[in-house]
Design a protein around this ligand. Structure first.
Ligand SMILES: NC(=O)c1ccc[n+]([C@@H]2O[C@H](COP(=O)([O-])OP(=O)(O)OC[C@H]3O[C@@H](n4cnc5c(N)ncnc54)[C@H](OP(=O)(O)O)[C@@H]3O)[C@@H](O)[C@H]2O)c1
Length: 351
């Protein structure tokens, strides 16, 4: 980039999270452009303008530089693309996005789970950083967003360590969202993944909060076994999960969790934050939307099989979520005993 050229940032996916960040960025006068999936969605946003309210205060943008993603093929290249679609869409659109980057430009996916790593592996020469949002946002309708907490965007290299480019991008985006950097982004991603695999997915298939399903012996067993498998995969893949809410490794853990007073205190710490929250995946079921299960428990199952770590519960959970998505079964507390039964009968079959 020439010294005098101002950085150009493209935000792709103007939904709950992308819309919230984009509104704050445009209203702060940052050099951002916005991309929607369709020309019709772009037209709606141009005429409505953007508004975010809630935690962090209100921001309004009347004049919105937005177009359908394919229209950017003819535009000047971008130094940074913030990819804020859902995971499946991110994988689909990423090869096209790499053609919109300046040489050495950066793709920053901010989905939960494994998207950044998958894209880095697939796109080869493109610079892909990892991003993790603990900012919670909802879209009331296109153009109207609500920020639900005072969260931040954590970014880092996918390999361990800090870098100048991460610090620079953190600076570039700090006008729109609170930014933090970490030398162990994979560890942070896994810390969230461990809780998404357990707290969120179990709550979704059971249609219960964590506090509710942890009252049943089936719920406690599913939680313990899903978490233990996922943690074993993280550690075997060379990742040291970071602390998030709790220490990622349960007390006295020896490859499996050890039930007892220490373990119960650890569970209570998780419950204090997540015990009463309705799982976002349950909302996806209710709205008939495709979930991100393949990038959560599905990723754990896939990586575990590759490196030889048992992942029966995560694999069965992934299958069960697909059956719910297809309408073949419904979320219900009884699904947790079904899951244990499925795993136990396939373990008996395989000897
Ligand atoms: N919302 C949160 O609080 C939050 C917090 C942490 C992490 N996350 C993660 O962030 C990601 C986005 O979540 P979200 O809640 O913001 O989802 P969302 O509200 O569904 O927004 C995704 C947006 O991406 C658009 N999109 C899809 N494909 C596109 C394409 N090819 N080009 C341009 N735009 C495209 C969608 O448009 P259409 O409607 O036309 O499909 C939609 O507006 C997810 O991976 C989620 O797990 C979200």
């Amino acid at each position: 980039m020439s010294k005098n050229r101002r950085i150009r940032i493209l935000i792709v996916g103007i939904g709950a999270l992308g819309g919230t960040i984009a509104t704050r960025a445009v209203s702060a006068g940052m050099p951002v452009w916005l991309a929607t999936r369709s020309a019709e969605s772009a037209r709606v946003l141009r005429s409505s303008g953007l508004r975010v309210s809630g935690i962090g205060g209100t921001a309004i943008a009347d004049s919105v530089p937005v177009a359908a993603i394919e229209e950017y093929a003819e535009a000047d290249k971008f130094d940074l693309i913030l990819l804020a679609t859902k995971a499946h869409d991110a994988l689909e659109i990423a090869p096209f996005l790499s053609s919109l980057l300046t040489p050495g430009g950066t793709l920053l996916p901010i989905q939960n789970g494994s998207v950044s790593q998958i894209l880095a592996d697939r796109l080869g020469s493109v610079v892909v950083l990892g991003g993790l949002s603990n900012l919670g946002a909802t879209m009331v309708k296109p153009g109207i967003y609500e920020q639900r907490n005072a969260g931040h965007l954590l970014i880092g290299e996918l390999a361990v360590g800090l870098s100048g480019r991460v610090a620079k991008i953190s600076q570039d985006l700090s006008g729109a969202i609170e930014m933090r950097v970490t030398p162990n982004l994979r560890g942070a991603v896994w810390a969230k993944l461990l809780l998404n695999c357990s707290v969120t997915t179990i709550g979704a298939v059971a249609a219960q909060t964590m506090r509710q399903y942890m009252m049943s012996s089936g719920g406690r067993e599913v939680f313990r076994r899903i978490y233990d498998e996922a943690l074993s995969v993280a550690l075997a893949s060379g990742t040291q999960p970071e602390r998030m809410i709790v220490e990622p490794i349960p007390p006295n853990w020896q490859g499996t969790s050890v039930p007892g007073d220490d373990y119960n205190v650890w569970i209570d710490q998780i419950m204090a934050t997540y015990g009463d929250i309705k799982a976002s995946m349950l909302q996806d079921f209710e709205r008939g939307l495709r979930t991100e299960i393949d990038f959560i428990n599905g990723y754990v199952a896939q990586l575990g099989s590759q490196i030889g770590i048992p992942i029966a519960l995560n694999a069965a959970m992934t299958d069960m979520v697909h059956l719910i998505e297809q309408g073949q079964i419904q979320p219900h507390p009884a699904r947790l005993d079904d899951l244990l039964q499925r795993v136990s009968s396939s373990e008996k079959k395989s000897g």
